[in-house]
Design a protein around this ligand. Structure first.
Ligand code: ADP
Ligand code: MG
Length: 706
């Protein structure tokens, strides 16, 4: 029974006019494709989110608060009441007890089917207990009819793809798909708590479980059938990573060794000498790790992770210097123009005085500038190429690129990262790749999951930082926050105000930011308040940033464009409005914009408790984490706890989530099994390995290597 059995249905869309063209795809077919369900095997691997038990009728007296049940009884009462709002209230009695059904939205057909004396079958969640039970918006129909013989699967779906259509498509896919075994027999029970069932068995079961199964074991995915699916998925992931690693190991990259004339003359040595500070031990260590990679003729594939402010830029500068010392070009990329400029200005400021020529490539530059930049890159006059993804566009030809450094790599799309790699391969040699991120992946996760990535971690901040005091403040106390801004301004400090993030609509964002800007300007007479938002043309953004950096603006109101990369040591207060709408790592990044100078700094997380935005449990957990810790790794760990690794990694990959079924935090035994099996399969059973990768990743396998 569908949850709204008696609600009016929309008429099916008119069939497209028959013509000579190929038959148009129906809406559900398009929706299937949107879900990535193209092949039979994709359909077979599309597993239910949960099940509904329509195999039996529960006695009301046996139903407890929160149970999803199906009941059958007689309608004893039916009325439209107006308190607290207009609704249809129907009482039914099944002989063991009674239950009230409530409908806020209802049609005359509801009243008709549910008229007094009718015998009906109702399905929904029971609320309440001994005194009174109710169901809100249950599904219902006339009583009688056969009971289902298997649990009814409920699949993840999208608009325009009804469950009934999807169920049929999935069962069809399941029947047709090739489900032959890819895991060699001897591994099915090797070092596992219980032997794995066959894929076919597992899938048939998960799509149509017998009614006597413990639903809990399906819900928490501990059932053997789920174990098999998770093992499959983890194996596919490990195989593809390992395969990518081996492909890479067969490739060559320029070995970047220091030139002949003594080390004193190198760019590296000069750079170190001119730095206004000494490297921290952590910077020194990761610098050595990178240097060791660059000396080999294997392409480096390394992630440099370090908290905001941990000093990744200088490590990147040293790697770039080593590359240019060896006579090769280096490219630096950031996901947006403003970030590219903010991130690399410092680095360029260090290298240009040493005689290095830099070419800029961005989307907004003038044709003439761009032509000049392209010429410098092609001739090799530019040792350093800096920009956005414009750097990987077709027209760009490098003379001899050996090192690509990508900042905030996860903000580049997967397709862009693929383009980057193919673009940069020259004469059979690949450049070394250094990716930097301020959103660290917990180390254990990185090592176990990304078999294809080496990770260097800066786990120490430069000395002399003052801790940032973080406070969570209700929106109602906005005036106090403004008072606090006044006192910071009076001390000659500067303030960031970050505006709410409303993902659905950039224009609403803009209105919010503009209004806040006006309100703050009015509340702070005599203080210049700047406004920065994503819709502004780049030159305007840059001008506003320059005014704030030079201290001419006291307050900068901004949407999240300042998320990463801004370095204004005089800024000592960060206010984040509607902090409950931000992700944890984003909040942490934002907070990292203050506390860069010697002054005591603070971060105020304003939250709203209007009815529409009741502070949810996870939002509360995020804000709490922000108050309790300032350590990026601890933040990442908490983020992992709050969201679960699948989503944590998925969100970083700006593409399909990488793991649909397995959970890296809890499925550690299966992960260990998959890690151990992957190399054996690639060596001894290459054909099975390939079939396994294809089955799970199909066209996506290439993406995972990006
Ligand atoms: P991030 O890792 O966030 O990119 P940056 O490279 O921007 O951090 O460094 C943050 C600030 O710390 C910069 O102003 C940088 O010059 C400074 N810095 C970097 N390394 C050190 C160090 N070893 N000692 C003191 N200051 C440093
Ligand atoms: Mg940086």
């Amino acid at each position: 029974m569908s949850p709204s059995a008696a609600s009016p249905r929309k008429a099916p869309p008119a069939v497209a006019a028959a013509g000579l063209a190929a038959p148009a795809k129906s809406q559900p077919q398009k929706a299937l494709e949107k879900l990535g369900l193209r092949r039979d095997i994709d359909l077979a691997l599309h597993l239910p989110l949960r099940y509904e038990d329509e195999t039996r009728i529960t006695r009301l007296a046996d139903a407890r608060d929160g149970d999803m049940v199906q009941i059958e009884g007689v309608v004893t009462h039916s009325e439209i009441s107006f308190r607290p709002r207009r609704q249809l209230r129907v009482t039914i009695d099944d002989g063991s007890d009674t239950c009230v059904l409530r409908f806020i939205n209802f049609y005359p057909s509801h009243q008709k089917t549910l008229s007094v004396g009718a015998r009906v079958r109702v399905r929904g969640e029971i609320r309440g207990g001994f005194v009174s039970r109710e169901m809100v918006h249950p599904g219902f129909r006339i009583a009688g009819g056969e009971l289902a013989t298997a649990l009814t699967p409920v699949y993840p779906t999208v608009a325009g793809l009804p469950q009934a259509y999807l169920r049929k498509a999935v069962l069809g896919g399941l029947a047709r798909a090739d489900l032959s075994e890819t895991i060699p027999q001897e591994f099915l029970n090797k070092n596992l708590p219980q032997p794995l069932s066959s894929l076919r068995e597992a899938l048939s079961f998960l799509h149509q479980p017998a009614p006597d199964v413990m639903l809990a074991t399906l819900e928490d995915r501990s059932h053997p059938a789920w174990q098999r699916l998770k093992a499959e998925e983890l194996l596919a992931q490990q195989l593809s990573q390992l395969q990518a690693r081996r492909v890479r190991a067969a490739m060559r990259a320029p070995a970047l060794r220091s030139p002949v004339p003594g080390p004193q003359c190198t760019l590296q040595a000069q750079l170190l000498e001119r730095l206004p500070f000494r490297l921290t031990a952590a910077q020194q260590r990761v610098g050595d790790e990178i240097a060791a990679d660059l000396q080999k003729n294997l392409p480096m594939h390394r992630l440099l992770q370090g908290d905001v402010g941990s000093g990744k830029t200088v490590v990147a500068a040293l790697a770039a210097a080593r590359c240019m010392d060896a006579g090769w070009q280096c490219a630096l990329m950031a996901p947006t123009e403003i970030l590219a400029e903010q991130h690399f200005r410092k680095l360029i400021g260090w290298l240009e005085p040493l005689g290095i020529q830099t070419a800029w490539l961005t989307g907004s530059q003038k044709a003439k500038e761009r032509r000049e930049a392209l010429a410098m890159i092609e001739s090799g006059a530019a040792g350093l190429v800096v920009g956005t993804h414009a750097v990987i566009q077709d027209k760009v030809v490098f003379k001899n690129l050996a090192l690509a450094i990508i900042d905030e790599q996860h903000r580049f799309g997967v397709a862009q990262r693929l383009a980057l790699r193919s673009k940069m391969t020259q004469g059979g040699e690949e450049p070394h790749l250094l990716m930097m991120t301020a959103t660290p992946i917990p180390r254990t996760l990185a090592m176990s999951y990304y078999a294809d990535l080496d990770v260097s971690t800066i786990d120490e901040l430069p000395p002399g930082r003052t801790p940032i005091v973080t406070k969570v403040v209700a929106e109602a106390r906005r005036d106090e926050v403004i008072q606090r801004i006044r006192s910071q301004l009076a001390e000659g400090r500067q303030v960031y105000w970050v505006c709410p993030l409303i993902e659905e609509s950039e224009s609403v964002d803009l209105i919010n930011a503009t209004q806040t800007h006006e309100a703050l300007s009015a509340a702070l007479p005599g203080t210049p308040v700047g406004l920065l938002h994503s819709r502004m043309p780049v030159p305007e953004k840059k001008a506003v940033m320059a005014l704030f950096t030079s201290g001419q603006l006291g307050v900068l109101v901004s949407t999240t464009v300042i998320e990463v990369g801004v370095d204004v040591p005089n800024a000592s207060l960060m206010v984040i409005e509607h902090a409950e709408r931000f992700g944890l790592s984003q909040l942490h990044q934002l907070r990292g914009r203050v506390g860069r100078g010697a002054a005591a700094s603070a971060c105020v997380l304003l939250y709203s408790t209007g009815e529409a935005s009741r502070l949810g449990e996870t939002a509360r957990a995020r804000l709490k984490a922000m108050v309790e810790t300032q350590d990026g790794f601890e933040i990442a760990r908490r983020d992992l706890d709050i969201r679960g690794p699948g989503e944590f990694l998925g969100a970083r990959q700006s593409g399909a989530p990488l793991l649909r079924f397995a959970d890296l935090a809890t499925d550690t035994e299966l992960l260990a099994w998959a890690r151990a099996l992957a190399p054996v399969m690639l060596d001894k059973y290459p054909a099975l390995a390939e079939r396994h990768i294809q089955r799970w990743l199909g066209g996506k396998a290439e993406f995972l290597k990006a």
